[in-house]
Every structure is written in structure tokens, then in C-alpha cells.
Design a protein around this ligand. Sequence first.
Ligand SMILES: Cc1cc2nc3c(=O)[nH]c(=O)nc-3n(C[C@H](O)[C@H](O)[C@H](O)COP(=O)(O)O)c2cc1C
Length: 226
Amino acid sequence: MPTVLEALKNRSSIRAFSDKKIPKETLEKILEAAGMTPSGANMQPWVSYAISNDALLKKIGDAVIEKMDAGVTNDQFIQYYPTKWVNPYKKRRIVTGAGLYKLMEVDRKDNETRIEMWKDNFRWFGAKTVIFVFTDKANIDNSQGVLIDCGAYMQSIMLAAQEFGIDSCPQGSTTEFGRVIAEAMDAPDNLALLYSVVLGYKDSSAKINSYQPERVKLEESVTFID
Ligand SMILES: Cc1cc2nc3c(=O)[nH]c(=O)nc-3n(C[C@H](O)[C@H](O)[C@H](O)COP(=O)(O)O)c2cc1C
């Protein structure tokens, strides 16, 4: 069983999964543990759908891909990525993307393959379970605090999963098509989709899963004041 530090350091985003399904009891344990995530005023603002139904996942994914093919770039409740990229974040984003495409031997200008790779998000990278995390629209009307809570909840899911040998990929790609997804899964009107997390058993033979983008040095992100 990994220690917390091991789980933190060994987790990485997995983008190719085996067919193996996660037992319901295991999913319950992961989500019960994630439910212990702290939140402001103990609001527990996350409203999650753990979908392991192949037909529904295909319906949701197909709905997004259909929109993409029609030229729609987003249809969302919240704007995840910055609308104006500044350094050093811009550079980190470019380096991370370029590293993945280099590993997969995809040319920078090969847009078609890159789009196909992005669409794999909506084929859930072959995983059999996806957790869709919503919050009540009222929670994000004029404030962003619950996004902090729901982000911590995301990490809790991914770390708890590690204990069971289950890997994950967080998805902001679904944030961008939140409204399409909410409609495809017939989610209640008061809910806004924030993100999803793909969960499953990794395909260890898949090259893409060897990608582990580096992090900046501690001094670059933390200022210690003694
Ligand atoms: C909120 C969030 C959204 C993300 N969205 C996507 C996504 O839609 N598709 C994807 O392949 N990876 C996505 N990622 C994974 C990041 O690219 C990844 O976490 C980052 O490059 C660091 O790599 P690592 O997770 O392997 O350590 C997302 C990560 C986070 C935290």
C-alpha cells in the first residue's frame, strides 16, 4: 500500500486503460474517503455521478465529439483555462504538450492526429468508469470558493484510488463541454458540471502512460520565510 507521499509522487495522468471494471465496493470506498475532503463551512459542494455504464458513457462522449466535429470549441458552465496565457504558465503548458506529442511521435503541425488524441478524452481513454463532478449553480453564481473545495475533492479521489492500484486522469476537457455533457446525461437543471475524473486500471503496455511531465523546482513555486 503506498504511503501518502508515495501516492502523491507516483500518481500521474493515465491516458490508456484496460477493460477491467472497478468493483462497485471499491468505487464506494474511494468516494467515501474523498467525501472527507475539507470544504469551507463544511458545504461539501461536490455532487458526483460515478458512471460505469458503457452505453451512457458512449452517449456522453459521442455528444461531445459531435459538437467538436460541428466546430463547437466549448459550451461550458465555467471557464477553466486562462483566456490570456502569460509566462511562466504559458511556457509550461507548451513544454508539457510538446513532450507528450514528442513521445507519441506526433508532428507539431499534425493537427488531425492531435485532435484525434484530444477526442480520446471523450472515449474516456478506454476506462470503464468516469466520475462527473458537479456543483449547484447557486454556489458559483458570484463566487469561486467552492471551486477550491471541488479541486481538493478531485485530488482526494485520485489519491484514494492509488491505494487500490487504480489510476486516473483528471479532465478539464469535459469542463469545456459541461453543458453538452449535462444535457446528454440528463443532469438536474440546478447543477453545473465542473470536471470529470477517469478511473481505471492502466494499460501498462501503452507508451502514452510513460509520460511524466516534470515539475518546477521547489524554490520556483515556494517562498520560505523563516
Ligand atoms: C483540472 C485538470 C484538468 C485536466 N484536464 C485534462 C484533460 O482534459 N485531458 C488530459 O489528457 N489531461 C488533463 N489534465 C492532466 C494534466 O495535463 C496533468 O495533470 C499535467 O500535465 C501533469 O501531469 P501528471 O498528472 O501526469 O503529473 C488535467 C489536469 C487537471 C488538474
